[in-house]
Design a binder for this molecule. Structure first.
Ligand code: FES
Ligand code: FES
Length: 137
């Protein structure tokens, strides 16, 4: 199966690989695993407490090229969004942007779940209501 150019670019030059200090109240951490393949993704956001805008995002993904590309793209999209806008990111937007084939859709679900988990971690730390999400697929 051929990967698309965009997947290869995010895979070869992943953006925002790294770690934020998860002990900080301004940092939300999401750690999720894909039951389909056992791959694991950690995605972190740093949020400006005054505006609730995401000022930084980092990830580490132990997984396939599509999962790495999905998390790289997700961190790019997160920066500059408010946490309320960020929860709207849908895995199908990632699928479309990266042209993922059906067998790789769950890799994008991992990214969506990691975003939501990171936002909820931040919300919980900061006394905001924890959001309930429907299953992505
Ligand atoms: Fe995820 Fe191969 S199945 S890395
Ligand atoms: Fe499992 Fe990509 S995350 S194959």
């Amino acid at each position: 199966m051929a990967y698309s150019e965009k997947v290869l670019d995010h895979y070869n030059n992943p953006k925002n690989v790294g770690t934020l200090d998860k002990s900080k109240a301004t940092v939300g951490t999401g750690l999720v695993g894909a039951p389909e393949c056992g791959d694991v993704m950690r995605l972190q956001i740093e949020v400006d407490p005054a505006t609730r805008i995401i000022t930084d995002a980092k990830f580490k993904t132990f997984g396939c090229g599509s999962a790495i590309a999905s998390s790289s793209l997700a961190t790019e999209w997160l920066k500059g969004k408010s946490i309320d806008e960020a929860v709207q990111i849908d895995n199908m937007d990632i699928v479309e942007e990266l042209n993922l084939p059906p067998v790789k859709i769950h890799c994008s679900v991992l990214a969506e779940d990691a975003i939501k988990a990171a936002i909820n971690d931040y919300r919980q730390k900061n006394g905001l209501e924890v959001l309930q999400f429907e299953e992505s697929i």
